[in-house]
Write a protein that binds this ligand. Structure first.
Ligand code: CTP
Length: 404
């Protein structure tokens, strides 16, 4: 395990929700990477996990009470707040978020959060209705404006039977990745000083006010690349189509809907050293009608108009062409052959080719198997997670820029 968090001190504030049990795994993951972890448990958290369990994993007693004479004598809440490199709140319940947004300080967790001037990362977890409640939206907007970084929540099944939606806490490894991005270790920043633009996700092309053309892209690969580039020290602009993913920490995310908006956002983001086009842009759009198309008038005909090719447009630029242009090729057959043609046709420096046939599970899934096609070479990478593909790509990009 690479000790990416060697010598880093993390204060983990554990809120009271069923996801608190995942905080135990999070402690292990952070420690595996070399971090020192201290824990504060709220009163509600202790309904789910014990100070004994967290203490055993961190190797240090867990802190629970603001008015605990021993705790105040040993460390004290002000030292807890200051003697850390990053504060992680996981799970961040609706109540903890509200307290943070309002500046409350009525227990140890909220007091330390208010007393600290360190970067804070929250991993919200709650019922989807609570997450969508206007009060939580307001608190989230306030926290983001205050500079708090947010990871998750993810979509999925809830602890309550039969409930699904956005509200599951991000997985411990996702939180660890966000921590690494916020605390990149010194010397491991091969893209420091570089500006990287990444496109991700599908585009939605409106047919009428209620319908659109789209595809199955989840945006996971593009978002993973944006995170990996940021972790490597780059200034990253992520131009993302509509996806169900949180904005990556430490990245400037521009949200767009259509291909034309995506092109405009990418052009606005230039100049850049590197541009990576991971989006599954809709190749066509229709002439949008202002009124909803009604049934009963026979089958409507959709006339399709070709969208601009964002990769080809940027790669063909005379001015502000990024030094390194990387495209993807989503193919279902003759993967490498078509991808090689695509590289030349679109004037892309590199192409990552993948097989998006339904049975591969790549589109929308968490893993990817790619071939890296450069001017003179084809490299076939093993099947790995999208995060691993992203890190491998970033390492290759850093090496190429260092040589150039
Ligand atoms: N791309 C783009 N703008 C488009 C279409 C594609 O920027 N309008 C980019 C994608 O982000 C990807 C690359 O071009 O990096 C190839 O995308 P792909 O869908 O594989 O190719 P297409 O050009 O759509 O060709 P085809 O569907 O005919 O294979």
């Amino acid at each position: 395990m690479a000790a990416m968090l060697e010598n880093k001190r993390i204060l983990l504030v554990i809120g009271g929700g069923i996801a608190a049990y995942k905080a135990l795994d999070l402690i292990r993951r952070l420690k595996e990477r070399g971090a020192t972890v201290r824990c504060i448990l709220t009163k509600a958290a202790q309904e789910f996990i014990t100070p004994l369990a967290t203490g055993a994993l961190t190797g240090e007693r867990a802190f629970t009470d603001l008015f605990d004479a021993q705790g105040e004598f040993d460390v004290g809440h002000i030292r807890l707040a200051r003697e850390t490199d990053l504060i992680v709140v996981a799970p961040a319940t609706a109540d903890l978020m509200a307290k943070m947004a309002g500046g409350h300080a009525d227990d140890l967790a909220s007091t330390v959060l208010l007393a600290s001037d360190k970067q804070i990362l929250i991993a919200p977890a709650m019922n989807p209705r609570m997450w969508e409640h206007p009060a939580t939206r307001r608190n989230l907007a306030q926290l983001t404006a205050d500079g708090v970084a947010v990871i998750g929540p993810n979509e999925g099944d809830m602890a309550e039977r039969g409930e699904r939606g956005i509200g599951r806490m991000a997985e411990p490894l996702e939180i660890t990745a966000a921590v690494e991005e916020l605390l990149p270790s010194a010397g491991a920043k091969p893209l420091a000083g570089r500006r990287v633009v990444v496109t991700a996700g599908p585009t939605h092309e409106p047919i009428d006010p209620v319908r659109y053309l789209a595809n199955h892209s989840s945006g996971k690969q593009g978002h993973a690349i944006a995170r990996a580039a940021a972790a490597a020290g780059a200034e990253v602009i992520l131009v993302s189509g509509p996806v169900n993913l949180p904005d990556p920490a430490g990245v400037k995310t521009m949200k767009v809907t259509t291909a034309r908006e995506m092109l405009a956002a990418v052009e606005k983001a230039l100049p850049a050293d590197v541009a990576i086009f991971a989006a599954a842009v809709a190749d066509w759009r229709t002439e949008e009608t202002k009124q909803k198309i009604k049934k009963g008038n026979g089958s409507p005909k959709l006339s399709l108009v070709e969208n601009p090719d964002i990769l080809a447009t940027v790669a063909a630029r005379k001015s502000k062409r990024p030094k390194l242009v990387v495209g993807f090729a989503a193919e279902t057959d003759n993967v490498v052959g078509y991808a090689k043609d695509k590289r030349v046709r679109k004037n892309s420096d590199w192409i990552l080719a993948n097989d998006v046939s339904t049975q591969t599970g790549i589109m929308g899934g968490d893993h990817n198997k790619v071939h890296l096609i450069t001017a003179n070479d084809v490299e076939s990478w093993p099947d790995q997670s999208k995060d691993e593909v992203a890190r491998a790509l970033v390492a290759r990009i850093a090496a190429a820029l260092a040589k150039a």
